[in-house]
Design a protein around this ligand. Structure first.
Ligand code: ZN
Length: 257
């Protein structure tokens, strides 16, 4: 699981179901299969996964954070990635982090403000969002705004307590959190046999090879490490003399296989 080939299988199933849609088109429909991505840790991996979809003549919705510590969606290189994704037909949205805020009325006010900031920085309108690690109060709040789509509003997501794989819900929701498919794997049957489907994947979990959870983290950390030392090297002339030492240090993390 979690290789690009596995991913292609899911996309093929969505395409064959003929109900692959994004939020604005799915709104008010009786049947849909939405593919959504919450981008954590690595824009590079999100970009690579988006190319897998593009090769298959498919596009989906990608939610980016701008208050996390591991990537910056407004840096020049990542903005280029995001613009290329948009040029390839993908929809870009906000992955909103509550950052400890517990008052849902405060959150309700902040979300449109963050959408405005993101729209301003990226240079095009962002009117869709998903919430990062939503507590039950944020799901129960069912945030709705005119002209804005919330991945967790009740049109696209059914909020209920104690859900298992077999709980019948208006919208079938499948998520790959922590390399475990909660609420079922997006098999052809699960996509075909449920009228309304929303699938969430986290692009950092997916790569060409398809690693297990441990090795996926190892490769992810190595990629981020390499990116950090190359970024420093690009900026600081005095770093060059240490570069080899830092490049060598990368091999200390091994893939267990
Ligand atoms: Zn998240």
């Amino acid at each position: 699981m979690f290789s690009y080939d596995d991913y292609r299988e899911i996309i093929r199933a969505i395409k064959d179901s003929k109900k692959g849609m994004k939020y604005p088109d799915a709104y008010g429909k009786d049947e849909f299969a939405i593919m959504r991505h919450d981008v954590e840790y690595s824009i590079e991996r999100a970009y690579e996964l988006s190319l897998v979809e593009t090769e298959m003549d498919f596009s989906s919705t990608w939610f980016f954070q701008f208050t996390n510590n591991t990537y910056n969606p407004f840096s020049r290189t990542t903005m280029e990635c995001i613009h290329k994704m948009r040029d390839n037909g993908h929809t870009i949205g906000l992955h909103y982090a509550l950052d400890g805020e517990t008052d849902m009325e405060v959150v309700r006010g902040r979300i449109p403000k963050q959408l405005e900031i993101m729209s301003y920085m990226l240079g095009f309108e962002i009117n869709q969002f998903s919430i990062h690690r939503p507590p039950s109060e944020a799901l129960a709040a069912n945030f709705k705004y005119t002209g804005i789509f919330n991945a967790y509003q009740d049109d696209f997501f059914t909020y209920a307590e104690g859900v298992t794989d077999s709980t019948p819900l208006n919208v079938k929701y499948m998520s790959d959190a922590n390399h475990i498919w909660r609420y079922g794997y997006p098999t052809r049957e699960n996509i075909m046999n449920n009228k309304k489907v929303q699938i969430l994947t986290h692009p950092f979990a997916w790569c060409e090879h398809g690693y297990d959870n441990h090795d996926n983290y190892v490769t992810l950390v190595k990629e981020k490490y390499a990116e950090t030392i190359h970024s420093i090297n690009d900026e600081c002339k005095d770093f060059k003399e240490y570069l080899d030492e830092f490049l060598d240090a990368r091999i200390d993390l091994n893939i267990s296989g």
